[in-house]
Design a protein around this ligand. Structure first.
Ligand SMILES: NC(=O)c1ccc[n+]([C@@H]2O[C@H](COP(=O)([O-])OP(=O)(O)OC[C@H]3O[C@@H](n4cnc5c(N)ncnc54)[C@H](O)[C@@H]3O)[C@@H](O)[C@H]2O)c1
Length: 306
């Protein structure tokens, strides 16, 4: 365990969902190393969301304890309200508070949209989206009451950019961006900070699609330091999205073309005018960043205000 407490994590309690393996396990180990008490949640099933077991979470708890840290296991599914409440109860019963929630649990049901069945859609949404809802919802009142909270959503480049064969997963992962950004607004005045990561790492989820020669360069432990940093005490980062992996750390931002503007009354707003102005719609020269719904609406309406 590290001696200094530069990040104010000593005595804080962090719940990491899906922490029995992959990224979650590394997050849990690093939080413990920084002196946080850790609730290691994992359902213990397989990548496609089937099965369950206690071994995965237990092993990580053992590992943390062997290193002199504090940890307790929880085996609930994130996908139920009871599961979320149990995790928070586990945190409070064992450590007295819940300060940090890292929504990390996830599954895959990759299949082309043509062949996708309702159950593939529902299960992916249940774990990623409803799961983040159930767990964060259970923690939220405690964080508000304590005037302190740090929340992470785990999104994916698949959601941000789309990925063949992953309609369910992409849609779920982009939903987490929306959830995280709105929670950032709602939690701001209570000192609850919510941020989103889109990681790249080798895990059982990705080992078959990542070339073996880069496996050593994309270890999950290269992602966890950002997660811990975003959950540290003095941090004032809120509502941001970061791509992270292989030692690369970058904030993402939306940009908006200056675009085609036709002031109603001054010109006709027709399909023809869009076709004729298509180059302007797409011209990203001098594009502006947009950081809030207010800025977005203002930019859309600017030409009618002048
Ligand atoms: N590895 C990557 O490159 C990558 C890229 C983008 C996003 N992600 C996301 O990162 C997160 C972690 O993935 P990983 O790569 O470490 O894979 P992983 O399979 O090793 O980890 C996911 C963990 O979640 C657990 N889990 C699954 N369903 C659960 C449930 N209902 N309740 C509680 N636990 C459950 C699993 O048992 C597993 O331990 C996921 O949300 C994944 O979508 C990973």
């Amino acid at each position: 365990m590290s001696d200094s407490d530069r990040f104010g994590l000593k005595g804080r309690t962090a719940l990491i969902t899906g922490a029995g393996g992959g990224l979650g396990r590394q997050h849990a180990l690093l939080f413990a190393k920084h002196g946080a008490n850790v609730v290691v949640n994992d359902l213990g099933g397989s990548t496609d969301g089937t099965g369950a077991g206690s071994e995965m979470a237990d092993q990580v708890v053992e590992e943390i304890k062997a290193g002199g840290g504090n940890a307790v296991a929880n085996y609930d599914s994130v996908a139920t309200m009871e599961g979320g409440q149990n995790m928070i109860k586990t945190a409070i019963d064992n450590f007295g508070s819940i300060d940090i929630v890292v929504n990390n649990a996830g599954i895959l049901r990759d299949i082309s949209f043509m062949k996708q069945e309702e159950k593939d859609w529902d299960l992916v949404f249940a774990v990623h989206v409803k799961g983040a809802f159930c767990v964060t919802k259970a923690a939220w009142p405690h964080m508000r009451e304590n005037g302190y909270g740090r929340v992470i959503m785990t999104s994916s480049a698949s959601g941000i950019y789309g990925n063949f064969g992953q309609t369910n997963y992409s849609a779920a992962k982009m939903a987490l961006v929306g959830l995280g950004q709105t929670l950032a607004l709602e939690g701001e005045k209570y000192n609850i900070r919510t941020n989103v990561i889109a990681p790249v790492a080798i895990s059982r989820m990705t080992e078959s699609i990542m070339p073996p020669n880069v496996h050593d360069m994309i270890k999950p432990e290269f992602v966890s330091p950002l997660v811990v940093y975003l959950c540290s005490d003095g941090i004032d980062v809120n509502g941001e999205v970061f791509e992270v992996g292989a030692g690369a750390f970058s904030r993402l931002e939306w940009i908006r073309a200056k675009g085609l503007t036709i002031k109603p009354g001054d010109g006709d707003i027709t399909t023809e005018s869009i076709a004729d102005g298509w180059a302007a719609v797409n011209d990203m020269t001098g594009a502006d960043t947009v950081r809030s719904i207010g800025e977005s609406t203002q930019a859309t309406l600017a030409h009618i205000m002048s």
